[in-house]
Write a protein that binds this ligand. Structure first.
Ligand code: SAM
Length: 401
């Protein structure tokens, strides 16, 4: 009996492999040392689960699944490259989503007046889409020079890296295709003086330059290192003669102070603000705004966004247009910021703003993107497993005074 007990004890010890390793050479398993108890990606998911389940209600489980899955890219065509890139992309099964838009059956004025009547009945005074241009939707003008290739719905094939042509310029820039929508919505016209207040690393800048319509382009980003990246991107895509001082200026100022530097100047202002970058925050622990040490920075985001938007509004000329955009689903960083800016511009600066209806654009692109339904201010691409772009929020304001 005693022998049996001893054997069992021995077996248990043998099972515990650590007993076979001399104590001095034992090493703690690496994960126990380096893995954080609460990685930022988990904190982000917890935060999104609590806020977006309330904000997006029954849409949240589908959006959540898409956000946690592989994202889709678009290839912004570089018109300055000499290679026959289009044929190559088409041979791979991609299409330019802007040539394949839905121009029929735009939302009718009847539909609009129904919405208007509902809002009147509710007595709500927040700016609404139907308050905008009475019964008529504004005509849609899109630059014919912006082309972005995407694989069909449900197809998440990856693009090959772009190759340089004989001048060293790359054929396309890979980006979230939904990021193009703010650039299209900005509607740059011939000779316009344009400010891109938070421009780095430069995807939207490149799209704006593809229009070949800009008179003078002012590019700014407060981060010096990111401004260097922006310069590299420009050098890889744009011919040197188009990057001269008489056509383009690059600065690294704090954008919130722009209103003090240059007021009432620009025809178009893009305010693509720093935000919680929802998709990145769920996927990458590095440089994650949900890491504990960045909690203060994250909480201050809506205030920074508001200050940047206010600076953009002041920088625009009367009748100029401002496009506010983010890559978060957060109402606090999207609609609330725009609402406060409209109020503050009127109260503190005597600037009246009109919200521009972007439904003609979203209607045109509805085959490619999923848009959030019933947003009272602005438009938002929401991620969907069959078309995993976004999130991108955008709201366009026009200065009346
Ligand atoms: C969403 S990213 C812009 C992306 C860029 N528009 C693009 O399409 O590639 C936001 C940028 O805002 C910059 N930023 C943050 N605070 C800023 C400030 N106070 N003034 C100007 N830029 C700022 C960040 O460095 C970051 O590059």
């Amino acid at each position: 009996m005693a022998l049996l007990l001893d054997t069992r004890l021995l077996l248990r010890k043998v099972k515990d492999l650590r007993c076979l390793t001399p104590r001095r050479t034992r090493v703690k398993e690496k994960w126990a040392v380096t893995r954080t108890k609460h990685p930022p990606t988990s904190l982000a998911l917890q935060h999104f689960d609590s806020t977006y389940s309330v904000q997006l209600c029954q849409l949240w489980p589908s959006v959540r699944a898409a956000l946690l899955s592989e994202k889709k890219y678009g290839a912004l065509l570089n018109n300055f490259c000499h290679d026959a890139v289009v044929a190559n992309l088409e041979a791979q099964g991609c299409r330019d989503f802007l040539s394949d838009t839905d121009t029929e059956a735009q939302p009718s004025s009847e539909q609009e007046s129904e919405v208007a009547a509902d809002e009147e009945a509710s007595g709500d005074s927040t700016p609404k889409k139907s308050d905008i241009d009475g019964q008529q939707l504004p005509p849609l003008h899109l630059s014919p020079h912006i082309k972005c290739f995407v694989f069909p719905r449900g197809d998440i094939t990856r693009f090959k890296p772009a190759r340089p042509d004989m001048c060293g310029l790359l054929g396309y820039y890979l980006m979230d295709a939904a990021s193009l929508l703010p650039c299209l919505a900005l509607d740059v016209q011939e000779g316009h003086n344009v400010l891109d207040l938070c421009a780095a690393p430069g995807g939207k800048t490149l799209a704006l330059l593809q229009t070949q319509a800009i008179g003078f382009l002012c590019l700014n980003d407060s981060s010096v290192s990111r401004t260097l990246r922006l310069r590299k991107v420009l050098n890889s895509y744009v011919p040197k003669p188009l990057l001269t001082d008489d056509k383009l200026r690059i600065t690294s100022f704090d954008g919130t102070k722009w209103g003090e530097i240059e007021r009432n100047t620009f025809d178009r202002v893009l305010v693509d603000v720093p935000c919680t970058t929802d998709r990145h925050s769920l996927m990458e622990d590095d440089n994650n705004i949900f890491s504990k040490i960045r909690t203060g920075e994250r909480r201050k985001l809506p205030q920074l966004q508001l200050e940047l938007l206010m600076a953009g509004i002041e920088a625009a000329c009367p009748s100029g247009e401002i496009l506010y955009s983010t890559c978060t689903l957060s109402q606090t960083q999207n609609q609330s910021v725009v609402e406060q800016a409209i109020y503050l511009a009127r109260e503190n600066h005597g600037i009246q703003l009109q919200v521009v209806d972007l439904r003609p654009l979203t209607h045109m692109c509805r085959k490619t993107f999923h848009f959030a339904p019933d947003l009272h201010l602005g438009e938002m691409v929401i991620p969907h497993l069959a078309s995993n772009f976004g999130p991108i929020y955008m709201c366009k304001l026009r200065r009346l005074t």
